[in-house]
Design a protein around this ligand. Structure first.
Ligand code: DSN
Length: 426
């Protein structure tokens, strides 16, 4: 068969783009070469509906070993008693949690998307807002931090069955204990979606959601630095309090309901090549090298936040506890859209983002979200954050100056030569 040069040339072009640019999208990262290698291997050829030891097709004995290692490593990372590594994405993981916990029409309570929440936490555009009655809490206008009083008042008045904590654009740690106390007053379950800070939680650098939340979901490709995918975990198993039963009408522990919700509930055959890559990345997370990485992510984020504040940028909550910061650009007379598009021209990649109480549409927004997991993987230290902020500031204060933006683009390429990416590739 002829090599598909059309596609492989484009893949190589994307490699050059990733190599030469500064990647600040908070949800992106660079996997190790061995994680990528595992993704392109023969388990992609195998159907393995079911779980290790209970598959529907023959020939799954090796796949069973791979998936069992992935599960065991993940349990070890988070001190969990049960884990499912099959969700194709974080959204699929959350879909399965909802299916296992709730009946259609039940009430859920999550952080509003416009305040940093996630689509799958009740957005009207998403299954979670269409199939369930979604209620929201937000952040406080003065501090930019989660309004736990509002969360509690809404929970007590509306009695949702599931309270969701977790966000895609929130730079502070969570008070899981307080949320669990609220949930216990109304008999609700708590889901922590830790997709963003999972890698920092894995190393004990942020509060532990497992201590207080019934169920924890995550993606595997953000701070966890694995392949693109999802996971669900329990530290303690329990019975569903709302009478959700398995398809045969039997009462089953939550672990069994979650397994059934992933398959056959929302997915068919698992992506075993991705599960192999998840296992490899989980092995990496268990090393001291990864501990050093996770610590560096936090110190780099704090160094970057300081550099932005020094230049008069308005950071929501004035700083960060984790890997990202959210910046309100209204005092700079810029929209998030304009900032993203102009920085793209200089090969600095980040995303426009709504800020709390934004007066602009989600297609325009007043803010940008900036994250350091990817540049930290490239080997950057605290001292590299200041020059990055300087380059960003030059672009944002010269948005109509083509020559200046081209000069920053050249500066970006020179800067990134210090941090080689996948030297053996391309
Ligand atoms: N798209 C992801 C993010 O950027 O945070 C969330 O799913």
């Amino acid at each position: 068969m002829q090599k598909d040069t059309q596609i492989f040339d484009l893949i190589n072009k994307e490699l050059q783009r990733q190599r030469n640019g500064i990647e600040l999208i908070a949800s992106e990262n660079f996997t190790s070469l061995q994680v990528m290698e595992a993704m392109g291997t023969v388990p992609t050829n195998k159907y393995a509906e079911g779980y290790p030891g209970k598959r529907f097709y023959g020939g799954c004995e090796v796949i069973d070993e791979i998936e069992t290692i992935a599960i065991n490593r993940l349990k070890q990372i988070f001190n969990a008693s049960w884990a499912n590594v099959q969700p194709h994405s974080g959204a699929q993981a959350n879909t399965a949690v909802f299916l296992a916990c709730l009946k259609p029409g039940d009430k859920i309570l999550g952080l509003n998307l416009s305040m940093g929440g996630h689509l799958t936490h009740g957005s009207p555009a998403n299954f979670s807002g269409k199939n369930y009655q979604a209620l929201f809490y937000g952040v406080k206008k003065d501090t930019g931090t989660v309004d736990y009083d509002q969360l509690e008042a809404t929970a007590l008045a509306e009695k949702p069955k599931l309270i969701i904590c977790g966000a895609s654009a929130y730079s502070r740690d969570w008070d899981y204990k307080r949320i669990r106390e609220v949930a216990d007053k109304i008999g609700a379950l708590v889901l922590a979606d830790i997709a963003h800070p999972a890698g920092l939680i894995a190393k004990g650098l942020l509060n532990d959601p497992f201590e207080h939340c019934h169920i924890v979901s995550s993606t595997t490709h953000k701070t966890l630095r694995g392949p693109r995918g999802g996971i669900i975990m329990l530290r303690h198993d329990f019975d569903n309090p709302f009478g959700v039963k398995d398809p045969k009408g039997n009462i089953r522990p939550m672990s069994a309901l979650l397994d059934l919700a992933v398959f056959p509930g929302v997915q068919g055959g698992p992506l075993e090549h991705i599960i192999a890559a998840k296992a490899v990345s989980f092995g990496e997370i268990l090393t001291d090298d990864y501990t050093a990485y996770a610590k560096k992510v936090i110190s780099n984020a704090q160094a970057m936040a300081t550099a932005f504040v020094k230049r008069g940028y308005d950071l929501i909550s004035n700083g960060t506890d984790n890997h990202l910061m959210l910046i309100d650009l209204r005092n700079k007379n810029l929209t998030g859209k304009k900032a993203q598009e102009t920085l793209d021209k200089a090969h600095i990649t980040l995303n426009k983002n709504a800020v709390p109480f934004d007066d602009k549409s989600p297609f325009v927004t007043s803010g940008i979200r900036v994250g350091v997991p990817a540049v930290t993987t490239r080997g950057m230290q605290e001292e590299h954050m200041e020059p990055i902020v300087e380059m960003i500031d030059t672009v944002l204060t010269n948005t109509e100056n083509v020559k200046q933006i081209e000069a920053v683009q050249e500066q970006v390429h020179r800067f990134m030569q210090q941090f080689p990416l996948y030297p053996g590739l391309g």
